[in-house]
Design a protein around this ligand. Structure first.
Ligand SMILES: Nc1ncnc2c1ncn2[C@@H]1O[C@H](COP(=O)(O)OP(=O)(O)OP(=O)(O)O)[C@@H](O)[C@H]1O
Length: 448
């Protein structure tokens, strides 16, 4: 039988909680003084302590500290009539499981007790992840799916040459990580790895940022400055969002790729470079070429080796490994000890749609770890985070349009129901002919 120790100097509270929890089948112990409470705690090893923060003989926070030092696992729920920042922070810092304000709502206390006991049970299960004793390697790509396997092969192939690479994939899929791993596995791994975001610099400064400039080349150029190409030396220049490079710069950059030489702004003699270019884009560059927004010759020059990084939903089988990897990493970085997931959490994470891909998964886990009490992440916590984080947070504004949302909603429902149109029409609340019309209108078809 689970036992609860209630420590409070108000007899009315002691009696009502004792009656309530005894009726619910718990073994209940009570104490109206702190010292007496500590003695009873040591004698009876209760699983949960409900502890009033203000007691006549000892300070509830000091008592909490002593209880937390005990060997046997126990969760402490603090209760208080006072809303005071310092004490609340102190109590949570010392590892209090929950903090409930008076007047007491028994349902709330019961829920907290149930949660505490449940968390303790999962805490005692074999851990999903082990504690690591070395800092995690930041340049490791997790993934056993076929799609990732192909990417690993390509990285291996690239390790012996300096071919330029184009990495295409949606936001947060791991393009920069792949670029770093290509660099680390190359023959020039000790040379610099320099990143440059083509969308983050105003057009007028792009040329000088990339190629550098001479003193006096333009107003404000008080000193000569090396560009990113020079900084990359014999290493790698990672150009993020290459699709955003303005047309004028595309021509100049193509010139550099063709000659392996470039001029600083205001420079009089060309400078040579041996750096490898790894360009990344979350746009479909083929479409940009077709629209006339990206030079075809530059596209061909860059895509000598092309890597398509799949969406996280296209490799759901990698999610459990990613979750384990991130939990270890987060524990290391934040000093937390979350070693387990409640049953059901992994299924929830595997079935989520992840518009922000791997980055979003990592962020959700960070939030869950920070919020969790005990050593476990509960389904309820993940559900709260997933429902509160806007599903649109990582989606471009153009995707907010109603037709786009309608198309996506129909496609997802079809996928979920294995492309059974009758079932899909039923779920969507429209007739099968209307569904057929919409499928034709939006050209919805199964992914190849
Ligand atoms: N396969 C993976 N294994 C481990 N970590 C990953 C993986 N893919 C991505 N990550 C992590 O996810 C985060 C986002 O990855 P990254 O910055 O490489 O994405 P990106 O595609 O370059 O994003 P963006 O297009 O928004 O710049 C990083 O913290 C990265 O380490």
């Amino acid at each position: 039988m689970d036992s609860i120790l209630i420590i409070d100097d108000k007899h009315a509270i002691l009696e009502s909680l004792e009656m309530f929890f005894t009726e619910k089948g718990y073994h209940v112990l009570t104490a109206d003084r702190g010292r007496d409470g500590l003695r009873r705690f040591r004698e009876h090893d209760p699983q949960v302590v409900i502890l009033d923060i203000r007691l006549p003989d000892v300070d509830g926070i000091a008592l909490l500290e002593q209880i937390q030092e005990a060997e046997h696992p126990c969760k402490v729920i603090m209760i208080t009539a006072f809303q005071d920042m310092e004490t609340t922070i102190q109590a949570m810092k010392l590892g209090a499981y929950d903090y409930i304000h008076k007047p007491l709502d028994v349902d709330k206390i019961e829920k907290a007790v149930e949660r505490a006991l449940y968390t303790m049970k999962i805490d005692q299960e074999p851990p999903l992840v082990a504690e690591i004793t070395q800092p995690p390697n930041p340049e490791v790509i997790i993934g056993k799916s076929d799609r990732m396997g192909k990417i690993f092969q390509t990285i291996g192939m690239l390790s012996q040459n300096r071919a330029h690479v184009l990495i295409q994939g949606a936001t947060g899929t791991g393009k920069e990580l792949i670029a770093r791993v290509i660099h680390r596995n190359s023959l020039y791994a000790r040379e610099p790895f320099v990143t440059f975001d083509c969308s983050a610099v105003v057009e007028t400064l792009l040329e000088s940022e990339l190629f550098g400039h001479e003193k006096g080349a333009f107003t404000g150029a008080a000193q000569s400055k090396e560009g990113k190409i020079a900084l990359a030396g014999n290493g790698t220049l990672f150009l993020d969002e290459i699709g955003e490079l303005p047309r004028v710069m595309q021509r100049k950059f193509l010139g550099f790729l063709q000659r392996n030489a470039y001029d600083r702004v205001g420079g009089t003699h060309p400078l040579r470079s041996r750096c490898r270019i790894i360009a990344a884009t979350n746009r479909n560059l083929t479409d940009r070429v077709r629209e006339g927004k990206f030079r075809q010759d530059l596209f061909y020059r860059l895509k000598v080796v092309m890597i398509h990084v799949p969406l996280l939903v296209e490799r759901r089988s990698d999610i459990p490994d990613l979750v384990r990897h991130f939990l270890q990493k987060i524990n290391w970085e934040l000093g937390t000890e979350i070693f387990n997931l409640e049953k059901g959490v992994m299924d929830l994470l595997v079935s989520h749609d992840w518009p922000g891909n791997v980055r979003e998964l990592e962020n959700v886990l960070v939030e869950a770890v920070v919020r969790s009490r005990g050593n476990v992440i509960l389904v309820e916590e993940i559900e709260n985070i997933l429902s509160s984080s806007s599903p649109f947070a990582t989606i471009p504004l153009t995707h907010y349009s109603l037709p786009y949302m309608e198309k996506e909603h129909i496609r997802k429902t079809l996928e979920r129901l294995n492309w059974n149109r009758t079932e899909t029409a039923k779920v969507l609340g429209i007739s099968p002919p209307t569904l057929r019309k919409k499928i034709r209108k939006y050209a919805i078809e199964p992914a190849a």
